[in-house]
Design a protein around this ligand. Sequence first.
Ligand code: OX2
Length: 833
Amino acid sequence: KREELDEKAKENWKKHMTPEKNDTDAIEQDIVHHTVTTLCRGVYNIDKLAMYQATAHSVRDRLLEDWNLTQEALHKENPKRCYYMSMEFLIGRALDNALNCLKVKKNYKESVDNLGFNLEDLLVEEKDAALGNGGLGRLAACYMDSAATLDYPTWGYGLRYQYGIFKQIIKDGYQNEMPDYWLNFDNPWEFPRADIRYEVRFHGYVATKMNEKGESRMSWEGGDKVQAMAYDVPIPGFDTRGCGNIRLWSSKPLNTFDFDSFNAGDYDRSVSEQTNAQNLTSVLYPNDNHLVGKELRLKQEYFFVSASLQDIIHRFKRAKCPWKDFPDKVAVQMNDTHPTLAVPELQRILVDVEGLEWDDAWDIVTRTFAFTNHTVLPEALECWSVPMMEKILPRHMQIIYDINLFFLQKVERDFSADRELLKRISIIEETSPQQVRMAYLAVVGSHTVNGVAALHSDLIRKNLFNDFVKYYGPEKFINITNGITPRRWLYQSNPGLRDLITKTLGSDEWATHLDQLEGLKKYAEDVSFQDAWADVKLQNKKRLADWIKTNMNITVNPHALFDIQVKRIHEYKRQYMNILSVIYRYKSLKKMAPEDLEQQVPRVVIFGGKAAPGYYIAKLVIKLINSAAEVINNDSSIKDMLKVVFIPDYNVSLAEIIIPASDISQHISTAGTEASGTSNMKFVLNGGLILGTVDGANIEIGEQIGDENIFMFGVLADAVDDIRHNQKYHGLFIDASLQVVIDAIQGGEFGDPSIFGPLINTLTYGGDYYLISTDFKSYLQKHTEVDDTYRDKAAWNKKSIMCTAGMGFFSSDRAVRTYAEKIWKLKPFKVEA
Ligand code: OX2
């Protein structure tokens, strides 16, 4: 309990709150002060890392002022808030972003310069916050950026993993994994909240107890407890005093030390509880779009939702509103099924702890939660075995059974008693052992379910959730196409293009009103504008070429066509098809007469991405890319007409250098498998063209920028099932061009062919599930079309300009606003200084 301060004391506080101070002198003072006090260093031993840290602390101070301003105003006004629950936030670096948002980059550049350093050198000292795998985690980070920028009272909740996504090292062409020690140095971008701690229980048993009103209630008792401690990560909004927050939970032991064991001489035991508790949030599971049903992961998921809900409820209770108002104060968005245990957890708290009746509680629960589905891949759909759930979360398992029972009774009564339907729609899958289908639990526990691109939302309505659409009606299932933040993905990562656009449009308002990019269309055929545009691209390609030279010692020609595919390595994303086509190109070049060879468009094919450590085939794809690169890059007979580069350890910071440098980027998933894709949007926003399949957000990108500005190929999603069926019963058709490539690999042209046997088998004997043989020919044709278009520089530049100009729709501001209006029923809450 805090005492209210008297007015005089409050006045004194106000007087001493740091005033605005953006002059270089004040900034220098700040940096020096942090060097001496926060870091305990001085002019005699300052280096780049320390200078980065001092600068970061100085910028953080400014952010924290905004943080406090925002939170104080929210505390007083208590508007409805949204909580974005996500097991992943792939934030990347924070300093550059904060400088841009606060609009103080110029000032800091000057100050850092005055103190003998170069700001750009300091920015790269920062370690990425890589608490995510790929698109899902990065989407969460983009949405937090937009929510803060648009002044929506939105907090993220997540886990503070000690190790983020592993560091990828390439050795002999193979992926090796190393731990990501991102917290080894001090992290200025998190704020530990030692006073914000909650207990989280596992295991134990369920008993019956009387509550205060004399009613009998279930009670979850015994078991083991750990503590969740909060760390706050401030999220700056662009050009606003409002500051958002991501609250990350770290597990700590409840009893710091077991003195009984210690005194009994059992030292190991005395600290075992500590280490067990700490292990809980040690490591991010490195799987993208793939479930590994490990007990520790289930515990992470529960730990995460339990701590977050306790925190949300604590905040709700401060205002002393009745429980039925909870959904008017709280909206919770579940980022995929990973936070779905929040549904039975809130029901448990309301019924068992707060003493509400089941139906009243369930009404509150289902008015609070909404659920975003990100995938239709069966291997990614979370299912937890009932025995495991019973052991770790015995009361939740009972509640899930009850939720399911009441749900099935309603389906039977209101809709249909069709037994097959009841079996299909049940939250419990009747396998042995039984499984809890988390996606179904999320649907039943939410008021709104959304997919992440138009095609994807159609597919989940037609397939995955079809029975639910029939039962609930179609209104519950909506589409909100993904978006990306233009602040990080253009303003920050592509200063050349940013400045050209700003100069052309007359202001940088486009950074928060991305539709204004439309204004570029009228310059698309303007020759001098085209030249300026092309020059920015060339500079970005040089920046990437320099990076490749410095870090990999490979020379690439910045005037070549840069063809890029960077994303997690997955069979459905078909990097394999890409490298097969590269090999085909190589074989074709080798056959050419010298005068024809000279006429070719030189290409640099760039790959990047991590494979899940246990994903054998994906790892072989990496090996094949590197083996092919080795041969191709060292074959002087093709006169540098083709280079292949696998950039190791692809992450957010590398993406910021790679994406602005693309001429073409590839998004070539088997139709119907990539829910949306978001890097496709980033590339096009930066004036890169797409070579892609008719899948995910590619389709809507084509609609927005004009189908003449996108290279699309391949079969359509609704043909895929029939093709698979036919392949199974009538065999594959391997076209001559694909056979050439297979023969080359099997003939040992890229090293010991036995290494690649299992990979080739996925095509030949494995039934080619991802339809590479089906799409290969049209894919090669599109490559030829790309080359031909690239020869005409003016035509290419026009397309590139039209790409950027048409991307307004894909701002995450549009996406978050749609969530706020359609799902969260949330209004902006503007804070003033
Ligand atoms: C990804 C999807 O694969 C990708 O298509 C989408 O753009 C992204 O989420 C953001 O919506 N894990 N990662 C994803 O889905 C799952 C599950």
